[in-house]
Design a protein. Structure first.
Length: 138
């Protein structure tokens, strides 16, 4: 006898190698899902901040006397990294009815679509991002 128990030797190492592969196969999908979730949340948050900033800049242009076309152009320019075909801009009151001292409201909606199909199956295909900014007309 060599002084070792029955659990040592070449047979034991083969079993441990198989165990490591099984553990890796169980953990990797969870880690990939976690990383995809973090990436998609980052994209979603970035899109939300962009929509909010676009609404703020649009309201600023409208408050300084810009036309509806200028407001929409400003919103599209600020949100240029987003798919601008999914942006909707609503301006209240419309051009020509704005008076100094009143408020102008600019609402921007954006339909955010997920890239990772796994995430879209969990939370849905898209999320509506909405931002409203109100400023006093000067």
């Amino acid at each position: 006898m060599t002084g070792r128990g029955p659990g040592f030797g070449p047979r034991r190492r083969r079993c441990e190698t198989g165990q490591a592969v099984v553990e890796l196969a169980l953990v990797v999908p969870v880690l990939v899902l976690l990383l995809l979730g973090i990436a998609e949340f980052g994209r979603l948050y970035g899109a939300y901040l962009t929509v909010e900033q676009a609404a703020r800049e649009g309201a600023r242009v409208a408050a300084l006397g810009g036309s509806d076309a200028q407001v929409t152009q400003t919103v599209d320019k600020v949100a240029s990294w987003l798919d601008t075909t999914k942006l909707t801009v609503q301006i209240t009151p419309p051009d020509g009815q704005r008076l100094a001292g009143q408020s102008v409201k600019v609402e921007v909606d954006y339909r955010f679509s997920f890239v990772a199909p796994v995430i879209s199956r969990l939370v849905g295909d898209s999320i509506l991002l909405h931002s409203t900014m109100i400023m006093r007309i000067e």
